[in-house]
Structures are given as structure tokens and as C-alpha cells.
Design a binder for this molecule. Sequence first.
Ligand SMILES: [Zn+2]
Length: 79
Amino acid sequence: MGARVRAQIGLIPTLHRVAGMTANEMTIECPRCKVRQKIHVAMRSEVAPLGSQYMFCINCKSEFDVKVPDKIVGGPFPA
Ligand SMILES: [Zn+2]
């Protein structure tokens, strides 16, 4: 006897948000060693295009420039 209670298991959201803004994941390739890596780019349309930004390769540690429409907020990570 007695009422059965079915537990509700909610799905945990896996989307990460950085300080309230959504980041766009992009895959880039090092011009020197050709190793692909991921970066997170901000998606704030009100910010003017920044042009080239410099970053270091996770593999050969060489510096190279990346042309993305907005500020790089994370990365590089192994792709
Ligand atoms: Zn490299």
C-alpha cells in the first residue's frame, strides 16, 4: 500500500558559459607543425573586429597569429 513516488532525474546542462557570455569553439591549425587545436572565441557582436591575435602553439610552442572575429577567451586546447 501507499503511494509510490517516481524520482525525476534531471539532465545536467553541459554547456559552459564564461562570465555570462557564450563562447564559440573554433579549430585552428598551427602554420608550423600543422597540429590542430581548439580555441574559444567570444560571441559579442557589439565589439569591433580585432583582426589578428597572437597565441602560442600547444605542440611546438611557436607564436603565430590567428584571424578571428572576436576576442579569444580560452585555449588553445588539444583538438
Ligand atoms: Zn605548432
